[in-house]
Design a protein around this ligand. Structure first.
Ligand SMILES: [Zn+2]
Length: 260
């Protein structure tokens, strides 16, 4: 199980070039960080959200170590490749566990362009339960049957954990990191955010319901399967939905510096 911790290196020729497509991704990703904080899903600077650099299969954007989510700007985000080499011309670095987790998922899943990892109280509480996520509420139905689980191995700074993490994730889009937190990946930033927001709600409801100490009522397996089919109908995940624009409008009204 023990392995040498990963080392983050720096490119000898930092890439100052930002294409229009990368610039747009940076703005949306900075917005995603701020929305994660807005909805109470941040953990100071300890977790991470990534987006693949458009037009590449081996580069992604990650938060700089020490930056609070609600302060994130497009220009803060660090471009790094799958080998752990920082490509951006920046004095800052990334959290090693962030590099390990996000390079694992983005490297193994070409269908994924965004990965969100959180340490919310409700997510961590459900990650500590042997029963995992339960179908206690409509919010849970989308996730219960296809939830992936990854056992805790210590802080995710060893490169060889990547193989086990992606093996446990498989082709699913939501993963509970046992005794740790939540992970959602998706084909776009707005889709991954929407899924993480509703998974977080599902965890909050489960913790609240279990906290009462009363016996839980659960739907039949037939109803759970039916609701999961309804919630997981194919949708266009690549076009930003109206809700995403509403979120950008809200952030612009609050503080448009996420675009900087
Ligand atoms: Zn974590």
């Amino acid at each position: 199980m023990c392995a040498a911790p990963v080392e983050i290196t720096r490119s000898n020729e930092p890439d100052g070039l930002v294409t229009e497509e990368e610039r747009e991704t940076r703005v949306n990703l900075a917005a995603l960080y701020r929305l994660t904080a807005h909805y109470g899903m941040d953990d100071k600077t300890s977790t991470h959200i990534s987006a693949r650099v458009p037009g590449t299969d081996d580069q992604f954007l990650l938060n700089p170590q020490g930056r609070l989510f609600h302060q994130m700007k497009a220009s803060d985000l660090i471009k790094i490749n799958m080998a752990g080499e920082i490509l951006s011309d920046t004095p800052h670095t990334v959290i090693r566990a962030g590099y390990v987790i996000h390079s694992a998922v983005l490297g193994a899943r070409p269908d994924v362009d965004c990965v969100i990892h959180t340490h919310t109280t409700a997510g961590m509480a459900v990650s500590a339960l042997k029963c995992g996520l339960l179908p206690v509420n409509q919010k849970s139905m989308k996730y219960v049957a296809s939830m992936a689980y990854h056992d805790y191995e210590g802080f995710a700074t060893d490169l060889d954990e990547r193989e086990r993490l992606v093996a446990d994730l498989g082709t699913e889009n939501w993963l509970i990191l046992r005794n740790h937190g939540l992970l959602v990946c998706g084909p776009s930033m707005w889709t991954a955010f929407s899924w993480m927001h509703s998974l977080e709600s599902a965890c909050r409801v489960q913790v609240a319901a279990m906290n009462t100490g009363s016996e839980l009522t659960l739907p039949s397996q037939e109803v759970i399967d039916h609701a999961a089919d309804q919630a997981n109908r194919p949708r266009d995940h690549l076009t930003p939905p109206a809700e995403w624009q509403s979120h950008l409008d809200m952030l612009d009204a609050q503080d448009p510096s996420f675009r900087d």
